[in-house]
Design a protein around this ligand. Structure first.
Ligand SMILES: [Zn+2]
Ligand SMILES: [Zn+2]
Ligand SMILES: [Zn+2]
Length: 172
């Protein structure tokens, strides 16, 4: 039995994505955070931007720009690629979504509004993505950077592996 006390995991316990959680809450919280961020910063949360965020939030999985385009078209937003690209650009620029370089795809941010360095865990079997917060300044890369006199501005952490569901399926 593990106790409920604080443990010293490498990743904080607020990892969102693979854990069982109330996903409806998860969507509502993220949409509300985006709405209030836009309202207080004078940004226009247009219907297409709103829809694009909802689409990303439906699953904790990365979505490519073309997949987004298909879903926006199904939702009645036309089929011009710039529509999808511009909406995604807006979501990324404002921290509501992140680009997963490895997959060339996008995922909704699990910690919208927070200033953070995301670390992604990408399932190679089902493309589900979980986001954790990384603390590059405090890990071994941070130590190496300090030793080299290098100032880290941004790190990109994309771990590839198997999510709990796929790992279970793969087990004999
Ligand atoms: Zn969720
Ligand atoms: Zn994030
Ligand atoms: Zn998986």
């Amino acid at each position: 039995m593990t106790s409920g006390s604080q443990t010293d995991h490498e990743l904080p316990s607020d990892t969102v994505g693979f854990d069982k959680h109330n996903h409806a809450d998860c969507i509502n919280t993220a949409v509300a955070a985006a709405e209030s961020h836009c309202a207080s910063n004078g940004l226009r949360f247009t219907p297409v931007r709103h829809k694009a965020l909802e689409i990303l939030l439906q699953e904790h999985r990365a979505l490519g720009a073309y997949e987004m385009l298909d879903r926006l078209r199904d939702a009645g937003f036309g089929s011009q690629p710039p529509v999808a690209y511009r909406a995604l650009e807006f979501l990324v620029a404002n921290g509501f979504a992140h680009k997963i370089e490895r997959l060339n795809a996008f995922v909704a941010c699990a910690h919208p509004g927070a200033n953070h360095s995301p670390a992604f865990m990408i399932c190679r079997a089902c493309d589900s993505v979980a986001e954790a917060q990384s603390a590059p300044a405090r890990d071994s890369l941070g130590d190496a950077a300090r030793a080299a006199g290098f100032q880290i501005e941004r790190t990109l952490v994309e771990a590839v592996g198997l999510c709990p569901t796929c790992a279970e399926k793969a087990a004999p």
